[in-house]
Design a protein around this ligand. Structure first.
Ligand code: HPA
Length: 241
């Protein structure tokens, strides 16, 4: 068992450069294979387990990530706290903003989104009023403060199906719904973590204005530039946890 924090890495964080690897572990789950073997190591003296959500070579698109296997694998090695790093589009927050959201709206469909199976009584309905772990959110915000990096406290993450980006009308609707951020991997990840009673929080990096907000076509080149410029801040916050 371990009380290590797990880092679920997203786009731009398929590996952690400063991670001192102790060992890797292939975990078999009842739900199939996680995105990659789990990497145990220390990150600036913080013992962590690292799992790149899109696979070690970033080959797994958001709608095909085996979220159930990923969360199950981390839970099975004793992890109780997960920081999920995700790059997102900004609806009310601009590129290069870091945000620890406090709410979620789920627009995904057709994903394996629960561990609740039929025929097992009583049917479990987890509370999801506050979808993120309050203490871990606070720890992330405090880590940001100590690192001298501005991190927005709170916001609503809208999870879309992908892999295509959204239409301007979809983003307009999400804005009316109250979404501040849009990403493709936040759900069912957060809900599965809650079903397993894991403490889960998102550290998001805005890499582009969402469709129709910046007024132009979303350019992958610009997203890459923002990621290259800002991912270091994400690493520094994790190092301060
Ligand atoms: N939409 C959805 N997911 C994203 C975006 C976006 O604009 N940018 C980064 N992830």
């Amino acid at each position: 068992m371990s009380d290590r924090i797990a880092i679920l890495g997203g786009s731009g964080l398929s590996r952690l450069d400063a991670l001192e690897v102790e060992r890797q572990q292939i975990v078999v789950t009842p739900y199939g294979e996680p995105s990659a073997p789990l990497t145990f190591g220390t990150f600036d003296r913080l013992p962590i387990v690292f799992l790149p959500r899109h696979g070690a070579a970033h080959t797994i698109p958001p709608h095909l990530v085996n979220y159930r296997a990923n969360l199950w694998a981390l839970h099975s090695v004793g992890v109780r706290r997960i920081v999920s790093v995700a790059s997102v589009g900004g609806i009310t927050l601009g590129p290069e903003t870091l945000c620890v959201p406090d709410q979620i709206i789920d627009y995904t469909w057709g994903r394996e989104h629960t561990y609740v199976e039929s025929g097992v009584a009583p049917v479990k309905h987890v509370d999801f009023t506050e979808p993120y772990c309050r203490t871990l959110r606070e720890e992330l915000l405090e880590a940001g403060r100590r690192a001298g990096i501005e991190v927005v406290d709170g916001g609503t993450y809208g999870a879309t199906q992908g892999p295509r980006l959204e239409s301007a009308a979809e983003i307009e609707r999400m804005k009316r719904d109250g979404c501040d951020l849009v990403g493709m991997t936040g759900m069912p990840e957060a809900a599965l973590a809650r079903e397993l009673d894991l403490c889960f929080a998102h550290l998001t990096l805005v890499v582009n204005w969402a469709a129709g907000i910046g007024g132009e076509v979303i350019s992958m080149e610009e997203i890459k530039q923002v990621l290259d410029r800002s991912i270091e801040s994400v690493r520094r916050i994790i190092a301060r946890l």
